[in-house]
Write a protein that binds this ligand. Structure first.
Ligand code: ZN
Length: 105
């Protein structure tokens, strides 16, 4: 069986991103885009609209885990006002994984 080659195109340099370690997913104003880690650093210096917290970074992963656990606690409490925030963060993280990260090894 033939194995398909998976890749993503960097939004900055238009070259292929083939390694998950080199992938940075970040918001560019309202749109989620993929960058090489080096291209992301270059864009971060030059673009006012470039988000400085990558969606697939350590900080975002920790926030997702914390909000996921908070979501479990909400079931037992009355803090429903935070539900939208939790769903938004989990949705963003899931979308990043589905659109970009699952394509790479
Ligand atoms: Zn690039």
């Amino acid at each position: 069986m033939e194995e398909k080659e998976k890749f993503i195109i960097c939004n900055h340099c238009n070259r292929f991103i083939k390694d998950k370690q080199d992938l940075v997913v970040a918001f560019d104003l309202f749109f989620m885009n993929a960058y090489h880690s080096e291209c992301y650093a270059q864009r971060l210096k030059s673009s006012f609209f470039q988000g400085n917290n990558p969606v697939n970074g350590h900080v975002s992963n920790k926030i997702t885990v914390i909000l996921g656990l908070a979501g479990l606690l909400i079931v037992f409490t009355d803090f429903y006002a935070y539900t939208a925030l939790i769903i938004l963060q989990l949705g963003i993280r899931l979308y990043s994984w589905f659109k970009f990260e699952r394509m790479l090894e």
